[in-house]
Design a protein around this ligand. Structure first.
Ligand SMILES: [Zn+2]
Length: 176
């Protein structure tokens, strides 16, 4: 049974259905209040630029849909898939995948998803299914400059083609 309970611009969410748009309540445990606290330069576990182990730096933003594992993930804009591939293998052995999409004015990486049905060259309309959230229960979202053909792991200086998605995401939520 489908019952979308919220619409935030391009995104709708509910807690029960995988047929709705991406459930995009961000950043548990603080939910929307946590998102309001977002600001450039903020360093916290889900945020862009947060420190990870082995001197790696978090290259994206983590978003936690209330539906958790298996929640549907939808394209935030029209686009064309550039690359689909293994993102990383979890400690549980589960393989998580990434879908790199050319959205025109930026390239997005929708990562930590189950094996996607999409392939390079697939076209997406806003709202089309990208995949399903893996056992990490989160979307790891990265943003790159146009022309980017692969995702990266961030060490040291911020790579030139890697963008902070914070402001774009705040706009999606009407919080900018
Ligand atoms: Zn992440």
């Amino acid at each position: 049974m489908v019952s979308c309970v919220c619409t935030i611009k391009y995104m709708q969410y509910d807690s029960t259905s995988v047929n709705c748009w991406l459930p995009l309540v961000p950043f548990h445990p603080g939910g929307i209040d946590r998102l309001r606290a977002l600001a450039p330069g903020v360093v916290d576990y889900p945020y862009f630029g947060a420190e990870r182990s082995n001197s790696r730096i978090h290259a994206g933003i983590d978003v936690y849909p209330p539906a958790g594992e298996g929640a549907s993930l939808r394209a935030i804009k029209d686009g064309t898939v550039i690359k689909v591939g293994l993102f990383y293998t979890r400690y549980t052995g589960e393989k998580t995948y990434a879908v790199l999409v050319d959205h025109g004015d930026f390239v997005a990486n929708y990562a930590e998803v189950r094996p996607p049905a999409l392939v390079a060259g697939s076209t997406l309309n806003m709202g089309d299914l990208v995949g399903y959230i893996s056992g990490t229960r989160q979307l790891h979202f990265e943003m790159y400059t146009p022309g980017t053909t692969d995702w990266l792991w961030w060490y040291g200086e911020q790579p030139e083609n890697l963008l902070d998605p914070t402001q774009m995401m705040l706009k999606l939520y009407d919080l900018d």
